[in-house]
Ligand binder design. Structure first.
Ligand SMILES: [Zn+2]
Length: 422
C-alpha cells in the first residue's frame, strides 16, 4: 500500500553526526555490544533492547560541533514551549510531544530485532564524547536525549547530532524553532530527524544514493515518512528482523507460528518485495523478514487442516539501486538461502530445496497429511537477505493405491508435480 504525503518546501538542511570509536568499527557494522537490559556480549544479528530517556534541563553538554553552545540542556522547556506542555508535571510521558518520540522507537522496533523501553530516570551526568554512562535500569537510559543551541537555523545547518553505539546520546539543535515546531504531517520534520539520528544511535552510517531516497541520506528529506528499505536492511544486518525478538525463531520449538492452512495461501515477507524498482516504504508496513547472516536460521510452523498438495515457495526479494557508489546494489542478491521441510517432530526431513546462486528461488512440492509441519530457512552467505515465503496448495484426495504407501513419515508424493497458479 502506498501512501502519499504532501511535500512542503524547506531550505536545504543538513544533519551531521559525531562519530565515536567503536569496537566493531573494523567490520564496518557498528551496533550495541552492551545494554542495560541485555548486559554485555551482544553480537551482530542479536535482538537487543535499548532504553531511552530525556536528560533534565540544565544537564551539561560538552560541545561537539564548531560554534556549539556551552549551555546546559534546555530540550524539555523547548519542547513544552513549541509543541505544548499539556498539564506539565514531572512525568514526561504525559507531555503531548512524548508520543512523537515514542512512536519513532516503536517504528524502528517494528522493522528490526530492536526493542525499546522508556527510562524515566537520569543520572544527570554530562553528555560528552569521551564519557558516557552505561545504561542502568532505573538509573540512566542507554540513549539519553538532550538539546541546546548548536548553530542557528539558517544556512548550512545542523539539526541534531548523535553518538554511535555504545554511546548513543542525541543532542538536538533548539535554534531550529521553525523546523521543529512545524506540525505538518504530525511533525514529520521532527520525526524524520529523530528517526535519522537514532539510526546513528543504533549504529547506522550515512548512505549515499543517487537514485533513491533513504532516511540515512545525510540531508533531511520530507517526501517520505521514517525508515526506507535500505535503512530497514541496515537495521536487520545489525539486529535481525522483528521475529528475532523474545527468544527468536532459530529452533523448531520456538518456530514462528503461521497458523492453520485451510487452502488459503499464506504469504509473508511481502513488504520487501518491491520488484526491481524501489518504492517508498509506508510507515504502516511491518512485513520485512530476513535471514540476517550465515548462522541465522528461521523456523516457520504451519498446521494443515486436511490433506493438501502443497507448494512451499521461497523468494529472495528487494530492489536494486545505487548504494555508496555501487550502481547495481541488489537487496535480492545478498545471500543464497535454502529451505528444508520437517515433519511434526521437527527433526525428520521430508524435503529440501537448495538451488545454488544469489537471488535463486527455492520450492518444495509435496502432498501432506493434516498435521503440523516446520519449514527451516537458512543462509549460505554472511549477509542479510530479505525473503518472501509462501505456502499454497489445494485439497488432495489420496489415491487408494497410494494410501498403502503412506509411510510413518506422514507424507508422500503422488503423480506429477505442478506449480500452483496464483
Ligand atoms: Zn546523519
Amino acid at each position: 500500500m502506498r501512501r502519499s504525503i504532501s511535500v512542503f518546501k524547506t531550505s536545504v538542511l543538513f544533519i551531521v553526526l559525531f562519530a565515536t570509536l567503536n569496537v566493531s568499527v573494523a567490520l564496518g557494522q557498528t551496533r550495541w555490544g552492551q545494554t542495560a537490559t541485555d548486559g554485555a556480549g551482544l553480537g551482530l544479528g542479536d535482538a537487543t533492547t535499548i532504553t531511552w530517556g530525556f536528560v533534565s534541563d540544565g544537564t551539561a553538554i560538552t560541545p561537539a560541533i564548531t560554534g556549539e553552545s556551552t549551555d546546559g540542556s534546555e530540550l524539555i522547556s523547548f519542547l513544552d514551549l513549541n509543541l505544548g506542555a499539556g498539564a506539565g508535571g514531572s512525568d514526561l510521558t504525559n507531555r503531548p510531544w512524548f508520543s512523537v518520540f515514542d512512536n519513532i522507537f516503536d517504528r524502528w522496533d517494528a522493522v528490526s530485532g530492536l526493542s525499546f523501553s522508556y527510562e524515566a530516570n537520569d543520572s544527570g551526568e554530562r553528555i560528552d564524547s569521551f564519557v558516557a554512562p552505561r545504561g542502568q535500569l532505573g538509573v540512566v537510559a542507554d540513549v539519553r536525549i538532550a538539546g541546546h543551541s548548536i548553530d542557528g537555523q539558517t544556512g548550512s545547518n545542523t539539526l541534531a547530532y548523535n553518538y554511535f553505539p555504545d554511546h548513543g546520546d542525541m543532542v538536538i539543535d533548539t535554534d531550529n524553532v521553525s523546523f521543529y515546531s512545524n506540525s505538518s504531517n504530525n511533525y514529520l520534520g521532527l520525526r524524520n530527524v529523530l528517526a535519522h539520528e537514532f539510526g546513528h544511535g543504533m549504529g547506522l552510517p550515512h548512505v549515499d544514493t543517487t537514485n533513491s531516497l533513504q532516511l540515512m541520506n545525510p540531508s533531511v528529506n520530507l517526501s517520505f515518512d521514517g525508515p526506507q528499505i535500505d535503512d530497514i536492511h541496515q537495521a536487520q544486518v545489525r539486529y535481525g528482523d522483528n521475529w528475532e525478538e523474545n527468544g527468536g525463531n532459530d529452533t523448531f520449538s520456538v518456530a514462528t507460528d503461521l497458523g492453520i492452512f485451510n487452502g488459503t495461501e499464506i504469504l509473508i515477507g511481502v513488504d520487501a518485495n518491491m520488484g526491481a524498482s524501489l518504492d517508498e516504504v509506508d510507515p504502516n508496513q511491518i512485513d520485512f523478514i530476513s535471514i540476517d547472516n550465515g548462522t541465522d536460521v528461521d523456523f516457520l510452523e504451519i498446521t494443515l487442516d486436511g490433506v493438501y498438495d502443497m507448494s512451499f515457495d521461497l523468494d529472495m526479494v528487494g530492489p536494486t539501486y545505487n548504494h555508496d557508489g555501487n550502481n547495481s546494489y541488489s537487496l535480492a542478491n545478498q545471500s543464497d538461502l535454502d529451505m528444508v521441510l520437517f515433519a511434526s517432530d521437527g527433526t525428520t526431513v521430508l524435503g529440501d530445496s537448495d538451488n545454488s546462486g544469489l537471488g535463486v528461488s527455492e520450492q518444495i512440492n509435496m502432498v501432506l497429511q493434516a498435521g503440523t509441519y516446520y519449514v527451516q530457512i537458512l543462509g549460505n552467505n554472511n549477509a542479510t537477505q530479505f525473503y518472501q515465503f509462501g505456502a499454497s496448495g489445494f485439497s488432495a484426495v489420496p489415491e487408494p493405491g497410494s494410501m498403502l504407501a503412506l509411510g510413518a513419515l506422514g507424507a508422500f508424493l503422488i503423480g506429477r508435480r505442478r506449480r500452483i497458479a496464483r
